[in-house]
Design a protein around this ligand. Structure first.
Ligand SMILES: CC(=O)N[C@H]1[C@@H](OP(=O)(O)OP(=O)(O)OC[C@H]2O[C@@H](n3ccc(=O)[nH]c3=O)[C@H](O)[C@@H]2O)O[C@H](CO)[C@@H](O)[C@@H]1O
Ligand SMILES: C=C(OP(=O)(O)O)C(=O)O
Length: 431
């Protein structure tokens, strides 16, 4: 196990490359279960969530190769093997194996997923969708058992707008008999990406990216080649770093429309943001940063996954900023660690009140989940002195080659092995 060390306070310059989107990748890979021949996905990020899903597909008999960011999956010999424990708990998106297996085999046993601990993360809307299509779903000792004699299209209104439920229902519906309509569907770009892959496999899907998606079931899906969209959350994290310390940073391989809500907030703060076709250029500017209020919302609103990194930048803005998370009201695990570094932040209900500007000091801190970890990296880049971050396995779930990428724009970042007592602390935390 290793830790990250960052010597902060250095200005950043250069170009940083964005990888393929984690939240697309983790749905595209299970979608391959539905094909009858090889699916190839280009530009997948080299992150632990992707590697765990590849291993899960191998467990059920898939022939999988992941080399140089290209994944090939031959699903022809897969079987509906139960996956009650183990790797399914290492990531959130293992829940997509439920929809894909149910679609192909009409049965599945999959353990309840893991992923970031952001407070309660129910999957009742996924289950409601599967049941509406004729599946029987039971929860037995932490594993979900799904079975259907036949999956039939249904009209499903989501009570909460859910990315996971929208995609999972699409996965189950593409091979179902008849038409499925998902109302109040989520509209995130990753949903369009998954619909694009499924359509290339022969599925009939209309309306992905709007709040009503119509899926006409087909008898069979075939293999195809697909190129994933860039990761808007990774891009946004780099934009925040550049806004904090950038002289002239180019974030490359971005779909600018996907990060519009962040671009708008950075401009409001006084950051210079220049949007090109596939790149975003950022400089900190000479004037002090201005405070802004932020409320996370479903897409195209401000994404919850960027709330924590942006909060760190707000510690450097003049005045009192309020960040409210309407998606995950308890997503503030980064705050205690930021306080150790000198930040002035109070949490009240589902809001963080951030007073600035405050100088940040390097400290020993721990990442408790993925974006809390990303926030600490942003803090380390700003802080005076050296910041040591443990819990890096959370960060590696979503950021590929982070150290090399950040070194490329001038961040003084490196890894060291954990010392024995740090290893012991980490293992106690995992009990
Ligand atoms: C792998 C993946 O893509 N993860 C993303 C996905 O998570 P995930 O798909 O888990 O998040 P959802 O969009 O489903 O959750 C949105 C809200 O709906 C609630 N809810 C969700 C499902 C359900 O059945 N019942 C229910 O009440 C959740 O608790 C949450 O408050 O979208 C989140 C919201 O943009 C992001 O933070 C995650 O990065
Ligand atoms: C919450 C996140 O991931 P997951 O849903 O995979 O836990 C995230 O990507 O910020």
């Amino acid at each position: 196990m290793e830790k990250l060390l960052i010597e902060g306070g250095h200005r950043l310059n250069g170009t940083i490359q964005v990888s393929g989107a984690k939240n697309s990748a983790v749905a595209l890979i299970p979608a391959a279960i539905l094909a009858n021949s090889t699916v190839t996905i280009d530009q997948l990020p080299d992150i632990s969530d992707v590697r765990h899903l590849c291993e899960l597909l191998e467990e059920i008999g898939g022939k999988v190769d992941f080399t140089d960011n290209v994944l090939t999956v031959d699903p022809s010999h897969m079987i509906s093997m139960p996956l009650p424990n183990g790797r399914v708990k290492k990531l959130r998106a293992s829940y997509y194996i439920m929809g894909a297996m149910l679609g192909r085999f009409k049965k599945a046993v999959v353990g309840l997923p893991g992923g970031c601990n952001l407070g309660p993360r129910p999957i009742d809307q996924h289950i409601k969708g599967f049941e509406a299509m004729g599946a029987t779903v039971t929860n037995e000792q932490g594993a979900i058992y799904l079975r259907a004699d036949e999956l039939r299209g249904a009209r499903i209104y989501l009570d909460v707008v859910s990315v996971g439920a929208t995609i999972n229902i699409m996965l189950a519906a593409v091979l179902a008999k008849g038409q499925t309509v998902i109302e109040n569907a989520a509209k995130e770009p990753e949903i369009i990406d998954v619909a694009t892959l499924l359509s290339s496999m022969g599925a009939r899907i209309k309306g992905a990216g709007t709040d009503v998606i119509r899926i006409d079931g087909v008898k069979e899906l075939h293999g195809c080649r697909h190129s994933i969209i860039p990761d808007r959350i990774e891009a946004g994290t780099f934009m925040v770093m550049a806004a904090a310390m950038g002289e002239h940073v180019i974030v490359d391989n971005v779909i600018p429309q996907h990060v519009e809500s962040l671009t708008a907030k950075l401009r409001e703060m006084g950051v210079v943001v220049n949007v090109k076709d596939e790149q975003i250029e950022i400089s900190r500017g000479k004037l002090p940063l201005k405070k802004v209020d932020v409320k996370t919302l479903v897409h195209p609103g401000f994404p919850t996954d960027l709330q924590q990194p942006l909060s760190v930048l707000l510690t450097q803005a003049k005045g009192s900023s309020i960040v409210t998370d309407t998606i995950y009201g308890a997503r503030f695990k980064h705050v205690d660690e930021l306080r150790r570094m000198g930040a002035d932040i109070k949490v009240e209900s589902s809001s963080a009140i951030i007073d600035g500007p405050t100088p940040l000091q390097g400290a020993k801190v721990k990442a408790s989940e993925l974006r809390a970890g990303a926030a600490l990296v942003v803090a380390g880049i700003i802080a005076n002195g050296v910041t040591e971050i443990t819990g890096v396995e959370h960060i590696y779930r979503g950021y590929s080659h982070l150290v090399e990428k950040l070194q490329g724009i001038g961040v003084k970042i490196w890894t060291e092995d954990l010392e024995v007592d740090e290893e012991e602390n980490m293992s106690i935390d995992q009990l």
